[in-house]
Design a protein around this ligand. Sequence first.
Ligand code: MG
Length: 248
Amino acid sequence: MIIIKSPQEIELMRQAGKIVAATLKEIESAIKPGVTTGQLDKLAERCIRKFKAKPAFLGYHGFPASICASLNDEVVHGIPGLRCLKNGDIISIDVGVFYKGYCGDAAVTFPVGEVSSQARRLIDATKESLYAGINKAVPGNNLYDISNAIQNYAESLGFSVVRNYVGHGIGSDMHEEPQVPNFGLPGKGSLLEPGMVLAIEPMVNEGSWEVETLNDDWTVVTRDRSLSAHFEHTVAILQDGPEILTSF
Ligand code: MG
C-alpha cells in the first residue's frame, strides 16, 4: 500500500530533506584529492547530528557508516573508509536522515578535481535523467511514466540504467511502497496522487546495466567495471506538481 502523507507530515519531511541537502553541501565543499571517504563520513555524521537528526543508514541492516560513498565503478552502497580521493575520480554520496520521525534521502555524484569528458557526460546525464523523471511526478500520471522518462533520457545518450536497484516510497520508513524502477513502460504502474512521497534515484552506467556485489556484501559495482553515477531526490507529489524536498 502506498501511504499518502498529510500536509503536516510533508512539512516534517521538508525539514528532514533540508538537513540532507545541507549535509550534501558540506560534503561537496570538502571533496578534493587526498581526502578519505571515511573523513567525508565523519563530516556528514557531525552535520546530521548538529541538526538533531539521526543518520538513517548507520546500522541499517548492519551498515557501518552514516553515508554511502561509491567510487568510479561502484554503483551504490560503498563503505566509507581509508581510501583517498584522487584527481579524476567520481564519487557518489548517498545521505539519509531521520528527523522527528520522518526520513529524507538524496544522492549526488561529484567529480574530484578534473575528470574526463566521458565522466562529466555520465554525471550530467544521470542528473538530467533524474529531473526528467521528477517532471513526470504529477497527479494523474502513472508511476512508470517517471521510470520511462529516466530510462529514455539515459539511454538516448548511450548509457544504461541499473535494473537490480530502484527508488522507493519514503516517509516514516526509509523504504516504503512503491518500488520506483528507473526503467519501464509509460502508462503503467500505480496512479500518482497528491501526498505520495517518492525517493527517485537513477543509477546510470557508462557500459552495461549489469552489476555485482563485492565480497564485503555491500559494495555494488558494474560487472564490466565501467563508471557509474547516482543522483537521488526525495520528491513530494503535490496537487500542482512535484516538490523536491532535498533540493540544494
Ligand atoms: Mg534511496
